[in-house]
Design a binder for this molecule. Structure first.
Ligand SMILES: Nc1ncnc2c1ncn2[C@@H]1O[C@H](COP(=O)(O)OP(=O)(O)OP(=O)(O)O)[C@@H](O)[C@H]1O
Length: 249
């Protein structure tokens, strides 16, 4: 099933055509990497898909429903989850409380940081933590987590919201190589196991070619290539514009 269909979306900022007619699809359980040089339009695409930006033209369909221009909160309720490159956790709360906050926000409840949250759905929070291998860490302070574990916590926070589509902005930025692959193996298992569609941006080509079923390459707001990793790796335009010597590997 086509979970996400982005159809000819465009968005300019003044004279800059950040996205100039991009189409792509993500199926349930499929992992799609959106790559391209700095300024290619990846973040703008993400912002259009999760409702932070309204496109100047084009449509975003979620499971065949037109959700173009819908606000992020409405899209989150329809199953669009997103993790960001910059950590979105609360370091002064425990690991479990962070997930409880995410649950409360998702349910539209007041997300004030208070004692009440400590009693809010701890079992659901623990279930999400177990999915990312943090079952034993619920009582720890989130600020004390190692970087890789903080990334897992962010993943648990978004998983607690039962996403159908997961948007991940450079999920492995700042991680060591072995941690990168461990995180992406985990994300891959979750995506396949739960039929979650995954769309991610990433600058590490080992991660992209190792963990994407399909790659969409942007340059200056346009799709210059799209296909399975092997086809994209050998695409002449991609090699010239983006991959350079990395494609020789
Ligand atoms: N709010 C904005 N106002 C003005 N220009 C913007 C805005 N957001 C993005 N742009 C411009 O649009 C273009 C695409 O930016 P975008 O952030 O989508 O690219 P990107 O592929 O995510 O880049 P990076 O890999 O560096 O994160 C760039 O030229 C950028 O400067």
């Amino acid at each position: 099933m086509t979970l996400l269909a982005v159809d000819d979306v465009a968005r300019s900022f003044g004279a800059v055509a950040a996205v100039a007619g991009v189409s792509l699809t993500v199926a349930a359980g499929q992992r799609v990497a959106l790559i391209g040089p700095n300024g290619a339009g990846k973040t703008t695409c993400f912002n259009i898909i999760n409702g932070q930006l309204r496109p100047d033209r084009g449509r975003v369909l979620l499971a065949d429903q037109d959700v173009t221009g819908m606000a992020p909160r409405g899209l989150a309720r329809r199953g669009v989850g997103r993790t960001f490159q910059i950590s979105q956790t609360f370091p002064s709360l425990t690991v479990r409380e962070n997930v409880q906050m995410a649950l409360a926000a998702h349910r539209g409840q007041s997300a004030g940081v208070g004692r009440a949250l400590r009693h809010h759905d701890p079992a659901a929070a623990d279930a999400a933590l177990a999915q990312v291998g943090l079952a034993a860490d619920g009582d720890r302070g989130a600020g004390a987590l190692a970087y890789g574990d903080a990334k897992r916590l962010e993943l648990a926070m978004v998983l607690a919201q039962a996403p159908r589509l997961l948007l991940m902005d450079e999920p492995t930025a700042g991680m060591a190589a072995d941690e990168r692959h461990a995180l992406m193996d985990l994300v891959s298992d979750l995506a396949r196991g739960q039929g979650i569609g995954l769309l991610f941006t990433e600058h590490d080509m080992d991660v992209v070619f190792g963990h994407a079923d399909r790659i969409v390459v942007l340059d200056r707001g346009r799709v210059i290539a799209a296909g399975e990793p092997d086809a994209v790796r050998h695409d002449e335009t991609v090699r010239r514009v983006y991959l350079g010597l990395e494609a020789e590997a």
